[in-house]
Design a protein around this ligand. Structure first.
Ligand code: SAH
Length: 220
């Protein structure tokens, strides 16, 4: 049995109540999608953080994962996933900022295929292995610069960016399919806003989903 599987079994009974509490909290904060709440309940978040932090894995908070990066707060992951999938009729999603892969795993069974780009190869190597251990197979990974998107498999029905950009990267707009939805935090540290951008074919519409706090989408 691999380490990830042992972890899933080990946590079993002890954390069911903790996870229920987390889900309850997200419901109180306005998360409605049963599918998304089910994912938050069942994805073993403790396997995405250092062992020393595992006891805090079901708190609704971002946590450090090394290399100056963080695992996103469950509420934000839930909110972004819900916003991406509302009126979603497509199949493919481009994710920018794979990180530890928590957002990737929450989303994975809810869409047909995810293409995920991460600029830190070392982080990506671990994440790729982790998701394989957790039986996630519909994700294709690539080390690279998310500002470029991933033209090869585009356009995408949805794009989700989990690092904050000073402005919406032009190339991501170009890779968004007609009717497609882009969820992206935009703005400088301390003043970021989560945006939903929709491709209406002849123009894009934009709305704000509220204030957020992400690590920066590094340029180049
Ligand atoms: N999605 C993760 C959180 C990611 S944190 C979760 O579920 O917890 C943001 C990630 O974006 C980091 O791993 C960082 O290395 C990556 N990143 C930053 N700039 C990037 C860029 N230009 N292209 C691709 N990835 C980038």
């Amino acid at each position: 049995m691999n380490e990830a599987r042992q972890g899933i079994q080990g946590i079993g009974m002890t954390s069911a109540r903790t996870r229920d509490r987390l889900v309850q909290r997200l419901v109180e904060q306005g998360i409605r999608s049963p599918a998304v709440l089910e994912r938050i309940r069942n994805v073993p978040r403790h396997l995405f953080v250092d062992e020393a932090l595992a006891s805090r894995a079901y708190e609704d908070t971002a946590l450090p994962i090394g290399l100056g990066q963080t695992i996103s707060q469950p509420y934000i992951v839930a909110k972004m996933t819900e916003a991406l999938l509302e009126n979603f009729h497509g199949e493919t999603v481009l994710e920018i900022g794979t990180g530890c892969g928590y957002q990737t795993m929450v989303l994975s069974p809810l869409v047909k295929k995810i293409y995920s780009v991460e600029r830190l190869p070392e982080l990506l190597r671990k994440t790729r292995q982790r998701l394989r251990d957790l039986d996630i197979y519909n994700v294709q990974f690539r080390p690279g610069d998310g500002w470029e998107g991933w033209p090869k498999y585009g356009p995408y029905d949805g794009i989700i960016v989990t690092a904050a950009a000073p402005e919406i990267p032009e190339k991501l707009l170009q890779q968004l399919a007609p009717g497609g939805r882009l969820i992206i935090p935009v703005g400088p540290t301390g003043k970021q806003e989560l945006l939903l951008v929709t491709n209406m074919q002849d123009h894009f519409t934009q709305s704000s989903l509220g204030a957020v706090c992400f690590v920066p989408l590094v340029q180049g």
